[in-house]
Design a protein around this ligand. Structure first.
Ligand code: GRG
Length: 294
């Protein structure tokens, strides 16, 4: 099966499983579940859960990586809902649909994001109860990544830096924690589920792949903000530049940002070589993420 077909199959499978993982819209309080489903089902590339599946496939075993993939997408979607709120990035559009607080209201959007977080951990605890050490490791990896020194810390620093003169140190902190940490965790969680999951050397190496891939992903994200239209992105284009955000493009310009994306991608691919196993799909995915258009 070629890369595009396999990616599409996994995205379809993930969409189905995400649909099943969320409470139905008819469950009380209906509006809360409708809001959670609105943001989750709006689409999205599902890159993080696909990375979980791709990392599991390097040294596969019969343990199901899908619950780990679903859990990370729950955390990612919560972070998007909260990021769009007026108190944060104030975005009206997300995944081609009105953002959660626009489709519902602010309080409902806050609660929809809140509810997606414990759901992620409930999914992990239930799915991996048969191997408690695996379940605990996954819970630790995801909770650390979602916490004050990674995802939330990166977001805090991003807000604190708004309107400031761009400086490279803050930008690296923001990108490493707000963006790269979740990509790193996706690969590490998928790898942890697989046959070599307790091999700490390889687990560290796959984490490094994720870190480089995350930095490349963010540099591409910064470029897309200035080169694509709102219709292409499914979220407001030029949002960063219009809101005084520091990005690689505002700090170094488009050409330098493009070079940086290519360099981080190359680093990710080099580090992946050392991991061994069957990493063909992940290699293709890393290349695809560099060339993405939305
Ligand atoms: C609110 C704690 C908290 C964190 C928010 C996700 C985030 C942190 C901010 C979104 C703004 C942004 C530009 C983040 C960096 C890149 C990124 C995470 C883009 C969105 O991810 P995609 O492109 O989105 O994978 P889809 O919709 O395809 O899942």
């Amino acid at each position: 099966m070629n890369f595009q077909q396999k990616l599409k199959n996994w995205q379809d499978l993930l969409n189905l499983r995400l649909e099943q993982a969320l409470p139905a819209s008819s469950v009380q309080p209906e509006v809360l579940h409708q809001a959670m489903r609105h943001s989750m089902n709006a689409g999205g590339k599902r890159l993080r859960p696909v990375l979980v599946l791709a990392a599991h496939e390097i040294f596969p075993n019969p343990v199901d990586p899908l619950p780990a993939a679903i859990a990370i997408e729950c955390i990612h979607t919560y972070s998007l809902i909260h990021d769009d709120l007026p108190a944060m990035d104030n975005s009206d559009l997300r995944r081609g649909e009105p953002s959660c607080h626009k489709a519902f209201d602010e309080a409902t959007a806050i609660l929809a994001g809140d509810a997606l977080q414990p759901l992620a951990f409930e999914i992990l605890a239930n799915a991996y109860a048969g191997d408690p050490q695996l379940g605990l490791d996954l819970v630790c990896m995801l909770s650390r990544t979602a916490g004050s020194q990674k995802l939330v810390g990166g977001q805090m620093q991003d807000l604190l830096s708004e309107g400031n003169d761009p400086d490279e140190e803050s930008l690296s902190y923001i990108h490493s924690n707000k963006t790269a940490a979740m990509i790193e965790a996706s690969l590490q969680m998928g790898f942890r589920v697989g046959k070599e999951g307790r091999n700490s050397k390889k687990l560290t190496q796959i984490g490094r792949v994720g870190h480089s891939l995350g930095l490349a992903f963010q540099a591409v994200d910064d470029l897309l903000d200035v080169t694509q239209t709102t219709a292409q992105l499914g979220k407001d284009a030029h949002h960063d530049s219009e809101n005084g955000k520091i990005t690689w493009v505002s700090l170094k310009g488009e050409n330098e940002a493009r070079l940086l994306a290519a360099q981080h991608t190359e680093n990710a691919l080099q580090t992946l070589n050392a991991v061994g196993g069957d990493c063909q799909f992940l290699q293709d995915l890393i290349q695809y993420m560099l060339n993405r258009e939305f």
